[in-house]
Design a protein around this ligand. Structure first.
Ligand SMILES: NC(=O)C1=CN([C@@H]2O[C@H](COP(=O)(O)OP(=O)(O)OC[C@H]3O[C@@H](n4cnc5c(N)ncnc54)[C@H](OP(=O)(O)O)[C@@H]3O)[C@@H](O)[C@H]2O)C=CC1
Ligand SMILES: Nc1nc(=O)c2c([nH]1)NC[C@@H]1CN(c3ccc(C(=O)N[C@@H](CCC(=O)O)C(=O)O)cc3)C=[N+]21
Length: 291
């Protein structure tokens, strides 16, 4: 193994500490805590774990956490009524509805109902449009966390060849937008891409967001490239990424592990977005560079 292992857990802890300090300043000036509401429908064990760790991190940062657990058979109208009440609640700066939702609920109807200025997940089309056109909005947490890790590792990303594997609205597309904003030359690959191996081999930066365990092989990686593995796959061998870690680590310059890579950054960025939302909504200035 020759690659630097990018420690997402440590980077996330450092970001959470910077957030905690700015949260103290916000509370002193605004006289209230930033508030994050998380809505979970059903009892999916993986989602429950994730919601619990978000709640703990929210409170540790000095913010208020509002958890809403709804039964799996809740109607779409009831869920939308909850979103409406959170939109109207002055104590709530950020709203996250955990995905996926049960099949009888139209996800788009729910995510588009969230006030775009409380949409700390950055999933609302208004925020996707803001990102695409260079306006201030909320950026999806996972891709933003990837950019933070990349900049910490590489510094300026200008001119680098980046390949994003995956084109979802949650990860792949916003990831490509953010890399473009950093002046990378961006290629987006997906299930219809021809000769993925040679596409990946051109890249200085590879971001894998596919959902297929160990799909990206070590031989595909250009020597010295930086590899960001977004994949979270639960297998018999435990939690694994989309990249064959051992193979890729022997050729890459740097690589994120799973677990301990992108995942912890996602939660830290969620808190960052919530803190930014609180400042904007309260009309209080914040130190963007410290976040
Ligand atoms: N670390 C974190 O915080 C997070 C991790 N994740 C993880 O990231 C992964 C991706 O998530 P998400 O974007 O939501 O997934 P989606 O299932 O929405 O998208 C997967 C993408 O991968 C593409 N794809 C599928 N199979 C192949 C293949 N064989 N070759 C090339 N491309 C392929 C699909 O192409 P097509 O469009 O053509 O179907 C699609 O664009 C998952 O493992 C998920 O668990 C997700 C969110 C947060
Ligand atoms: N509205 C919404 N927003 C999301 O951001 C969202 C979502 N729905 N649904 C599910 C996915 C998945 N996701 C993860 C976040 C953190 C870890 C994480 O912290 N993972 C740890 C390990 C956790 C473990 O051991 O299970 C790690 O990679 O080190 C994983 C996955 C956010 N998602």
């Amino acid at each position: 193994m020759s690659a630097t292992i990018i420690d997402g857990k440590a980077a996330a802890a450092a970001l959470r500490e910077r957030i905690r300090l700015q949260t103290e300043g916000f509370v002193a000036r605004a006289g209230r805590k930033p508030g994050l509401a998380v809505v979970l429908v059903g009892e999916d064990p993986a989602s429950s774990v994730y919601v619990r760790s978000k709640g703990k991190a929210t409170i540790a940062a000095g913010m208020a956490s509002f958890e809403h657990k709804l039964p799996i058979d809740v109607s779409q109208d009831e869920l939308i009524a909850l979103v409406d009440s959170l939109n109207a609640d002055e104590a709530v700066d950020g709203i996250l509805v955990q995905l996926p939702l049960p099949k009888h609920i139209d996800e788009q109807a729910v995510t588009t109902r969230i006030d775009p200025d409380k949409d700390v997940d950055g999933f609302h089309p208004v925020n996707a449009g803001r990102l695409a056109t260079g306006l201030n909005g909320f950026v999806p947490c996972t891709p933003y966390g990837c950019i933070m890790l990349l900049k910490e590792q590489l510094g300026d990303l200008t001119g680098l060849d980046a390949v994003v594997i995956g084109r979802s609205n949650i990860v792949g597309k916003p990831m490509a937008q953010l890399l473009l904003k950093e002046s990378c030359t961006v290629t987006v690959a997906h299930s219809r891409t021809r000769d993925l191996a040679s596409v990946v081999h051109r890249a200085d930066i590879v971001v894998a967001a596919v959902g297929v365990p160990h799909m990206v092989k070590g031989e595909w990686i250009k020597p010295g490239a930086t590899v960001i593995d977004v994949g979270i796959n639960r297998t018999e061998d435990g939690l694994v990424g989309d990249v064959d870690f051992a193979g890729a680590a022997s050729v890459a310059g740097a690589i994120t592990p799973v677990p301990g890579g992108v995942g912890p950054m996602t939660i830290a960025v969620l808190l960052r977005n919530t803190l930014i939302s609180a400042h904007r909504r309260a009309g209080v200035a914040y130190d963007k560079d410290a976040l």
